[in-house]
Design a protein around this ligand. Structure first.
Ligand code: MRU
Length: 348
């Protein structure tokens, strides 16, 4: 493991990823020297979490650029565009991946006369810039978000929107980290998050690593805890937010939002603006990734359902904007009316 919980970093010319499939019991890394290896790592969840996937995509494009041997800019551009398409298609729901690909590709558009060596340098510089900006943005999300956490709060979070899901520091867990610095008495309930168990494996690990008081619950325990008055606020991450504030996040997030509303508990989404897709007018247009049903019928290769059982595995759901109290971004908390306030935040 790296010194921090940073999930992806350079080792010379190699992209190194903390293997999130085997955490917390094994601390292993996957080393990538080609864009194909990065795409595979994204698809197989070695790295996951929308912002981290975006950064991985950008770093994969650096590898793609470095591995193109053509000296003539036209051939380089053609091959690079193909790599951009492969990376952007690796996972469909998170906006950050296609956003990061567009950011890196913009280097080619803005430098139409550049030689290949110069384009390679610019691609690397852009990927480094995206990583740095993500971490700075998350710290800002933390600062804004800590303002909405009551003293001694019991916070419920879902999935993993922590350092491991971003460049570092996290979005929803960035809020928790920043709040904990000011008030060490806060406490977090983390839902285990079936079927990939991002909550019990990754969020629990991060919270223990950070020394933040936390309790692991099954996903189905959340409603009962809310009913007993044990949750003060819900903070989750996001994979894609439509222009009206409808929010795609890990499957089960919608359930938490409805439960929160039923119990008058504020429900916040923490995400950088790179997660917002201003082109989509509402959440019905967000593509939902359907993953292998075997992730449901099996756990880490071992069957948990009868052989031949039919299962479906939508990886994300969409929470309608009416259930969202606010969207905590790096430029402030966006509140209702979301449509106009999201537009202003995107312009700022
Ligand atoms: O399938 P995953 O693990 O990539 O899903 C992750 C989530 O849903 C996170 O909540 C989201 O990406 C935000 S991470 C800052």
């Amino acid at each position: 493991m790296n010194r921090s919980l940073q999930p992806i970093y350079w080792d010379g010319a190699v992209v190194v990823m903390v293997d999130q499939r085997v955490l917390p019991h094994r601390q292993e890394v996957v080393r990538c020297t080609s864009v194909a290896q990065v795409v595979r790592a994204i698809k197989t969840m070695v790295i996951r979490g929308a912002p981290a996937v975006g950064i991985a995509g950008a770093m994969g494009l650096v590898l793609a650029a470095e591995n193109i041997t053509a000296a003539d800019p036209k051939t380089f551009r053609r091959k690079f565009v193909r790599a951009c398409q492969q990376v952007a298609a690796a996972r469909p729901t998170g906006n950050n991946l296609s956003w990061a690909v567009e950011q890196v590709y913009s280097v080619l558009v803005e430098n139409p006369e550049a030689e290949v060596f110069e384009l390679k340098r610019l691609v690397r510089a852009k990927a480094d810039e995206l990583l740095k900006a993500d971490i700075e943005g998350n710290r800002a999300i933390g600062r804004w978000g800590s303002k909405i956490i009551p003293t001694g709060a019991n916070i419920l979070t879902y999935c993993n929107a922590g350092a491991l899901a971003t460049g570092d520091y996290g979005t929803a867990l960035g809020v928790v980290r920043a709040a904990h610095r000011q008030d060490p008495s806060i406490h977090v309930y983390t839902c285990e998050t079936r079927p990939f168990l991002q909550g019990s494996r990754l969020t629990a690990y991060e919270l223990m690593w950070e020394g933040i008081a936390a309790t692991l619950i099954t996903d189905n325990a959340a409603g009962s805890l809310m009913q007993q008055g044990k949750i003060d606020v819900v903070v989750v991450g996001a994979d894609r937010i439509a222009a009206n504030g409808d929010t795609a996040n890990k499957i089960g997030t919608y359930t938490m939002a409805v439960l929160a509303r039923a119990h008058d508990i504020p429900f916040y989404v923490a995400a950088p603006r790179s997660t917002i897709d201003p082109v989509l007018t509402d959440g019905s247009q967000i593509p939902i990734e359907q993953r292998d049903p075997e992730e449901v019928t099996h756990f880490q290769g071992r069957p948990v359902a009868p052989k031949g059982m039919v299962a479906i595995n939508p990886a994300f759901d969409v929470t309608p904007n009416r259930y969202v109290t606010g969207i905590i971004t790096e430029v402030g908390i966006i509140r209702k009316p979301f449509k106009s306030n999201i537009r202003k935040a995107m312009e700022s």
